[in-house]
Design a protein around this ligand. Structure first.
Ligand code: CMX
Length: 467
C-alpha cells in the first residue's frame, strides 16, 4: 500500500502560510510501525506544538459572532469546540480526516475478497490522520480480538436484565459497569499519573472498550432474541466478522454490510449529541467507560440515533396498513404523520443541507445487493415523496434523508428484524469516533468544558433591550 501524507498538501500549505516559516509542520511520510500507540506518540507532540504556536499567534482572533437566536436555538453553527477526527460540511457531508466516504471506500484496507473498508482502518485514520497499511489494520484486528472478553460481573448483569429493558439501556448500563476495568480511573486514583500521561491510559481504555463492545452488543442480542449463547471470538479475523459471528449470522454479505455500517456511523464531527456528550463528560476526567456510556444515553434519543429504529417501525406500520403503496397513499401517510405533530424519521439534519452521503452509500449497497427488496423499494419511493412535502411544510431546513433513513432496511433484509436493537449497532460504531477524539482531547490537554449560560432577563439586559 502506498504511503500517504499526514495532512493533505493544500491544508498543509494553508497552515504553513498562516503560521509563517517557523511552523513545526513537515511534509513527511506515515510510519510503517504497526503499533497505533507508538504512532500516536509520534504525532501528538507535533500537534501540541502546532496548537501552541497557533494560539500564540491567533489566541485573540475572533472566529465568529454569537446571536441571541443561536443561544436559544441549540447553539447551531456556533464554533465553540475543537474536534480533530472529522469535519461535517453542510453541502458535501462528512470527511474523516479530510477523506470523504467514497474516498475512504476506495483507499482504506478491506478484508480479503471484500469491497467495504474495515472499521479498524477507519479508526486508525481517525486517530492518526494517516491511511493505514494492511499490516497496521491487521494489528488492530488482532488487538481487539485479544481484548474482547467481558468481566464476569458484566456478563452476569446482562444475563439478569428483564426483557423489557431497552437494548440501549442495557448497552449503556453494561458500559458504565465496565469502568471497574478502567486503567485511567486507577491511574488517576493512584495519585501518581501525570497530566502528560493521561492520553496513554485513555488510549488503553479506549482499545479495551472498543474491543469489548461487540461482545456486549452480541450478548444483549442473543439474550433478547436468541437462545442466550454467543459465538466465540476468532483471534484471526476482523472486528466486524467476529461481531457478526457472535450475533449468530453467517452470511458473508451481511459481514460486508456490517463493515460498511460500522465505518460510516463512527464519527460526525464534534457537536452531535453523542460525540459532544462524550467530550463533555470526558472533560471532567470521567474515564472513557463513563464518558462513552453518557454518549450512548444521548444516542438513544429519537432525534438522534434512535431514529434508525423509528424509521423501520414507521415503514413497517405503513406496509402493514396498506400493503403495496401508491405514491398518493404514501403522501397521505407522510402528511398524517406531520399533522399528528410527529417528525418524519430519517429526514432532516441539524447541519447537513443535502442528502447525507451515509444514506447514499447505503443506497448504493442496496442497489448492488438487494435491488428488488420490497422495503428498499419503499425507501426509494419515500425519497421521491418526502423532500417535496417537507419543503411544502416549510419548516425543516433540510428536507433530505439522513443516515437513519436507510440503515434498518438493509439490516432487515439480512434477517435482523429486531428494530429496537438497531441503535446498539450505531453505538458500537460511534465508539470509534468518540474514543479517538477522547484520546486526542486528553493528549491536547483540553480543559474542563464549562460554557457560560444566561437567564432570559440577563440576556435582555445584555443586548440593551427594554423587553
Ligand atoms: N419531519 C418533520 N419536521 C421536521 C423534520 C422532519 N424530519 N426535520 C425538521 N423538522 C422541523 C423541526 O421539528 C422544527 O420544527 P419546530 O420549529 O416546530 O420545532 C423545524 O422543522 C426546524 O427544524 P430544523 O432546524 O430543520 O432541524 P433541527 O436542527 O432543529 O433538528 C433533526 C434536526 C435531525 C432533529 C430534525 O431534522 C428531525 O427531527 N429529524 C427527524 C429525526 C431524525 O431523523 N433524526 C436523526 C438525525 C441523524 C442522527 O443524528 O442520527
Amino acid at each position: 500500500m502506498a504511503l500517504f501524507r499526514v495532512i493533505k498538501p493544500q491544508v498543509l500549505q494553508q497552515l504553513k502560510k498562516s503560521l509563517g516559516s517557523t511552523s513545526c509542520l513537515q511534509n513527511r511520510q506515515a510510519s510503517s510501525s504497526t503499533d497505533l500507540k507508538e504512532n500516536l506518540a509520534r504525532l501528538i507532540p507535533e500537534k501540541q506544538a502546532l496548537i501552541k504556536e497557533f494560539r500564540g499567534k491567533h489566541g485573540n482572533t475572533k472566529v465568529g459572532e454569537i446571536t441571541v437566536d443561536m443561544i436559544y436555538g441549540g447553539m447551531r453553527s456556533m464554533k465553540s469546540m475543537v474536534t480533530e477526527t472529522s469535519v461535517l460540511d453542510p453541502e458535501e457531508g462528512i470527511r474523516f480526516r479530510g477523506y470523504s466516504i467514497p474516498e475512504c471506500q476506495q483507499l482504506l484496507p478491506k478484508a480479503p475478497g471484500g469491497d467495504e473498508p474495515l472499521p479498524e482502518s477507519l479508526f486508525w485514520l481517525l486517530c492518526t490522520g494517516e491511511i493505514p497499511t494492511e499490516d497496521q489494520v491487521k494489528a488492530i484486528s488482532k488487538e481487539w480480538a485479544n481484548r474482547a472478553d467481558l468481566p464476569q460481573h458484566v456478563v452476569a448483569m446482562l444475563n439478569n436484565f428483564p426483557n423489557n429493558v431497552h437494548p440501549m439501556a442495557q448497552f449503556s448500563a453494561a458500559i458504565t459497569a465496565m469502568n471497574s476495568e478502567s486503567k485511567f480511573a486507577k491511574g488517576y486514583a493512584s495519585g501518581t499519573m501525570k497530566k502528560a500521561d493521561y492520553w496513554e491510559k485513555v488510549y488503553e481504555d479506549s482499545m479495551d472498550l472498543i474491543a469489548k463492545l461487540p461482545t456486549v452488543a452480541a450478548t444483549i442480542y442473543c439474550n433478547l432474541y436468541k437462545d442466550g449463547k454467543i459465538g466465540a471470538i476468532d483471534q484471526d479475523t476482523d472486528w466486524s466478522a467476529n461481531f457478526v459471528n457472535m450475533l449468530g449470522y453467517d452470511n458473508p454479505q451481511f459481514t460486508e454490510l456490517m463493515r460498511l455500517y460500522l465505518t460510516i456511523h463512527s464519527d460526525h464531527e464534534g457537536g452531535n449529541v453523542s460525540a459532544h456528550t462524550c467530550h463533555l463528560v470526558g472533560s471532567a476526567l470521567s474515564d472513557p467507560y463513563l464518558s462513552f456510556a453518557a454518549a450512548m444515553n444521548g444516542l438513544a434519543g429519537p432525534l438522534h440515533g434512535l431514529a434508525n429504529q423509528e424509521v423501520l417501525v414507521w415503514l413497517t406500520r405503513l406496509m402493514e396498513d396498506i400493503g403495496e403503496v401508491t405514491t398518493e397513499q404514501m403522501k397521505e401517510y407522510v402528511w398524517n404523520t406531520l399533522k399528528n405533530g410527529q417528525v418524519v424519521p430519517g429526514y432532516g439534519h441539524a447541519v447537513l443541507r443535502k442528502t447525507d452521503p451515509r444514506y447514499t452509500c447505503q443506497r448504493e449497497f442496496a442497489l448492488k445487493h438487494l435491488p428488488d427488496d420490497p422495503m428498499f423499494k419503499l425507501v426509494s419511493q419515500l425519497y421521491e415523496v418526502v423532500p417535496d412535502i417537507l419543503l411544502e411544510l416549510g419548516k425543516a431546513k433540510n428536507p433530505w434523508p439522513n443516515v437513519d433513513a436507510h440503515s434498518g432496511v438493509l439490516l432487515q433484509y439480512y434477517g435482523m428484524t429486531e428494530m429496537s436493537y438497531y441503535t446498539v449497532l450505531f453505538g458500537v460504531s460511534r465508539a470509534l469516533g468518540c474514543l479517538s477524539s477522547l484520546i486526542w482531547s486528553r493528549a491536547l490537554g483540553f480543559p474542563l468544558e464549562r460554557p457560560k449560560s444566561m437567564s432570559t432577563e440577563g440576556l435582555i439586559k445584555l443586548v440593551g433591550s427594554t423587553k
